[in-house]
Design a protein around this ligand. Structure first.
Ligand SMILES: Nc1ncnc2c1ncn2[C@@H]1O[C@H](COP(=O)(O)OP(=O)(O)O)[C@@H](O)[C@H]1O
Ligand SMILES: [Mg+2]
Length: 265
């Protein structure tokens, strides 16, 4: 459960002929419990890819499947974490996490148990009754991740989830996500601008071309961890110094640079 497949996927926004061709012939298979990051220039269609897996957008051509079934609408097997945390400001942390569960028709006792587990998982227990505005950006994003995890989805879709955080908080959250991915592995499609983040977090990194976005290259970056005995390198700064990390990062940067326009944007 939880595999994702893009098969010959194209997307055109607006009228045929005069529309915007966002994606062209995307082919990508993400295995069960695999963590794949997509990097690519701004506007190349990364978010559109994610939205199609979520069921918010339909492809114009080709098929997007999850667990072997074509996606036609959103569903409880997929949870999304956005860059803007998308919390309800008038609800507490606990109530925000509870929101998704409400559709599941579980007895209150059962829901409370799940919420408690999610609060624990994200180190939020002491903030359960706080409102979002009382929390830092990092804490708010923890709530959004807890809200996604509590649904027990097969697939976790993350669209630049740490893009709005300051550098230090971002590192903490990256390390946290590595920990989560180990204790509670899911199929993850993770979109980011940050090359280091992609290499640090993912099993494979897909590089996209500029618009219309195609998959240019898919790199297996697991070797960064296996080769160097990952357990000795819990912290991102240790990993970032590894020769294997540096060479993959440089390769991705070069590949992305080729996709920039003449003005370098
Ligand atoms: N709902 C929409 N209507 C029209 N154009 C859109 C829509 N969503 C995205 N686009 C266009 O599709 C292209 C890809 O967008 P997006 O997937 O957001 O790129 P990225 O996330 O890589 O920055 C962009 O040119 C964007 O303007
Ligand atoms: Mg985007």
């Amino acid at each position: 459960m939880g595999s994702i497949e893009f098969s010959g996927v194209g997307k055109v926004f607006g009228q045929a002929g005069g529309g915007t061709k966002a994606l062209e012939d995307i082919n990508l298979t993400i295995g069960e419990k695999e963590f794949v990051a997509i990097v690519g220039p701004s506007g190349c269609g990364k978010t559109t890819c994610l939205r199609m897996v979520a069921g918010f957008e339909l492809p114009s051509s080709g098929v997007v499947s999850v667990s072997g079934r074509p996606v036609t609408s959103p569903g409880p097997d997929r949870a999304v974490v956005f860059q803007q945390f998308a919390l309800f400001p008038w609800k507490t942390v606990r109530e925000n996490i509870d929101l998704g569960l409400r559709n599941k028709n579980l007895p209150k006792g059962e829901r409370d148990k799940l919420i408690h587990g999610a609060l624990q998982l994200m180190n939020l227990e002491s903030h359960a009754d706080a409102f979002p505005h009382q929390l830092s950006g990092g804490m708010q994003q923890r709530v959004a991740i807890a809200r996604a995890y509590v649904l027990d989805p097969d697939v976790l879709l993350m669209d630049e989830p740490f893009g709005a955080l300051d550098a230090q908080t971002r590192v903490v959250m990256q390390e946290e996500l590595v920990r989560l991915a180990r204790v509670n592995p899911r199929t993850v499609l993770f979109i980011t601008h940050a090359v280091e983040e992609a290499v640090y977090l993912a099993d494979r990194v897909a590089i996209m071309t500029r618009r219309p976005g195609r998959i240019k290259e898919i790199l297996d970056v697991r070797s960064v961890r296996l080769r160097e005995n990952w357990d000795r390198f819990q912290n991102i700064e240790d990993v970032m110094d590894l020769e294997s990390f540096v060479s993959i990062r440089t390769h991705i940067w070069k590949s992305l640079r080729e996709e920039k326009g003449p003005q370098g944007i």
